[in-house]
Design a protein. Structure first.
Length: 335
């Protein structure tokens, strides 16, 4: 008996890769850049499992071209790159990596908030450019974080952790979500408000929604127009939740004071793109979950999801475990 054949679209930490290599006949794409689609198609054509990244589009066309594929394990909590209904209708199990990156991502979102409010990167650039000649009474003045109002757009796991961090700075926290969470309101002293009110009142707006057709360009021209001219936008969710052209206009016109983006539309952004060039826009390369421990835990879950799917079990972090026992998940195993 052989081992199940899998394709892993990038090198992930050994916390997961070792498990995958022990259980499977694994082909791992070693380049820093994602494999082109034709490579994913070629390498997955006769594979039983696939470990994908958020940069890989896994859709029905790919599934049809890979008739043995029974499990897709996404190395990310976000899964807007996966077509879940397409997987379910074929009995292909799909999983993600929730929970383990929540606090790490919230730490980073709060770091972006602090860095943009207090102009830390601009300050470091100023010193590197040898412009620091004296203590300046007006030099690089920013915005206070303590006692300011934080507006959360989306109150999932990461939004809640962001609220907990804000409490330490004695911030007032207001939030909008499609579902009201009265338990969190009580526990963390949050106030629910319609999105328009959150945007109008917040000194910092931090976006924590998944990317769905409903949240695509949620932050658009009309919504930026509601924000205070002193407000700062933080985005650690997905780039297309924010309309990049509208954000650029809002920053250039002084409609809002600043932005700090871990995610962008498109991704990556070139160094000469207008948002990157703006002094009041801090852009970093989608690294909010990038602590060694967290990326290791994500790899571990991704491996366990993959192996569970290959052995015909429900995925520990499954997105469509109800597809178990249907379609491809019932194919005979020859390993
Ligand atoms: C995710 O997991 O969705 C993040 O964007 C990357 O860790």
């Amino acid at each position: 008996m052989g081992k199940p054949k899998v394709f892993v679209t990038r090198v992930i930490p050994n916390d997961g890769l070792d498990q995958i290599r022990a259980f499977c006949d694994a082909t791992v794409w070693e380049d820093e850049l994602p494999p082109p689609r034709e490579v994913i198609l070629r390498e997955t054509r006769d594979a039983d499992g696939l470990v994908s990244l958020l940069t890989d589009k896994i859709d029905g066309e790919l599934m049809d071209a890979c008739p043995r594929l029974r499990v897709v394990s996404n190395y990310a909590v976000g899964f807007d790159n996966l077509d879940i209904p397409a997987g379910s209708s074929r009995g292909i199990l799909m999983g993600n990596t929730p929970g383990v990156l929540t606090e790490t991502t919230a730490d980073f979102a709060f770091a972006l908030l602090m860095a943009s409010a207090r102009r830390i990167v601009e300050g470091a650039d100023y010193v590197r450019a040898d412009r620091w000649k004296t203590w300046g009474p007006m030099l690089l003045m920013g915005h206070d974080v303590h006692h300011a109002t934080l507006g959360l757009v989306g109150l999932g796991r990461i939004g809640v952790e962001m609220a907990k961090r804000a409490r330490g700075f004695e911030m007032r926290v207001i939030y909008y979500d499609v579902i009201r969470h009265e338990d969190f309101e009580q526990e963390y002293g949050l106030t629910y408000a319609p999105l328009e009110d959150v945007l109008a009142q917040a000194d910092f707006v931090s976006v924590h929604t998944p990317l769905t057709p409903e949240t695509h360009h949620l932050m658009n021209r009309e919504r930026f127009a509601l924000m205070k001219p002193s407000a700062i936008l933080i985005n650690t969710s997905r780039g297309p939740v924010v309309d990049a052209d509208a954000l650029l206009e809002a920053l250039q016109s002084g409609q809002i004071a600043g932005a700090a983006l871990d995610v962008t539309e498109p991704e990556p952004l070139a160094a000469d793109s207008p948002l990157v060039q703006l002094p009041n826009c801090l852009v970093v390369p989608h690294i909010a979950s990038a602590s060694r421990v967290t990326r290791g835990k994500m790899a571990d879950i991704a491996a366990r999801n993959l192996i569970a799917g290959l052995t015909g079990e429900a995925l520990p972090a499954g997105l469509n475990n109800d597809a178990l026992g249907q379609g491809r998940s019932t194919l005979p195993r020859d390993w």
